[in-house]
Design a protein around this ligand. Structure first.
Ligand code: 16G
Length: 256
């Protein structure tokens, strides 16, 4: 692996050249199979540099977002995240959205259980502070890449039992006869804070989308209030806009 040896450019610290050499190798697909970087000892031997220099080079690439360190697992090449275009007019679940795109949806549960609602949940769901809600906070992933953090709250009366909720919240609501049929969603641009950024594997302060969804069942009752933080580099929310027929210019389509 002679080509991996960093050639020191003039007046450039060695760790910068090592970082650049590593980047070239990553771009050429060298570690693509497992996305995992070899161990420190092996890599410093391959590159013929000290471990200290290697560590500085790797730290620089983590900062740049080229590599990502997972505690206890090692240093990985950051896979380019799947890019999803999501129409704003369709009321679908995360699991369905990913399936439609041929991506595998998965989740890591952050919090799950039955609780009394927070004042915000009680207002958004239009329920009393004494009514139990099922709360589910998850990191949502597509093909193993973190896409969003979602915290959903659903009044327990729509679920019957918390055990009913498996991988998909909407599948559980469908099974209990309360699948949402309408939702109001508010999107806001935010800078992602440190705890969320760590979960989403992005840099602190990266742009993100803060989304609030209130969903309704057929009879108009509120069934779900979900707050989410979406990575803005993986999701495009697309809205179709139309001019009402009465407001269309006369003689539309007629060439003058
Ligand atoms: C979507 C919804 C979220 C809903 C979830 C259910 C947005 C912004 N949010 O992610 O409100 O709770 O789907 O997904 O679209 P699930 O059925 O896969 O659990």
């Amino acid at each position: 692996m002679v080509e991996l040896r960093a050639i020191r450019a003039e007046r450039q610290p060695l760790f910068v050249s090592v970082g650049a050499a590593l980047k070239r190798e990553i771009a050429a697909g060298r570690f693509a199979q497992a996305d995992l970087l070899p161990g420190e000892r092996e890599l410093s031997q391959l590159l013929a540099v000290s471990r200290t220099t290697l560590r500085r080079a790797i730290a620089g690439l983590i900062e740049e977002g080229v590599l990502v360190h997972r505690h206890g697992a090692g240093t990985f090449v950051r896979r380019s995240p799947p890019h999803v275009e999501q129409p704003l007019s369709r009321l679908t679940s995360f699991t369905e959205d990913m399936q439609l795109r041929g991506l595998v949806a998965s989740s890591k549960v952050i919090e799950r259980g039955t609780f009394l609602p927070t004042p915000e949940e009680s207002i958004m769901l239009d329920i009393a502070l004494s009514e139990t809600v099922f709360r589910l906070s998850r990191l949502r992933l597509a093909d193993g890449v973190p896409m969003a953090i979602e915290q959903a709250a659903v009044p327990m009366r729509f679920l019957g039992s918390a055990e009913r909720v498996g991988d998909s919240l909407y599948a559980a609501l469908e099974a209990s006869g309360y699948r949402p049929v309408r939702a109001v969603q508010r999107l806001r641009a935010v800078l992602v804070g440190a705890p969320e950024a760590a979960l989403l594997e992005i840099l602190e302060g990266s742009p993100g989308l803060d989304i609030h969804r209130v969903a309704y069942v057929v009879d108009g009752r509120r069934v779900e209030f979900t707050r989410s933080t979406y990575r803005s580099d993986t999701y495009d929310f697309v809205a179709e806009l139309t001019l009402p027929p009465g407001a269309r210019p006369r003689g539309e389509g007629v060439q003058r």
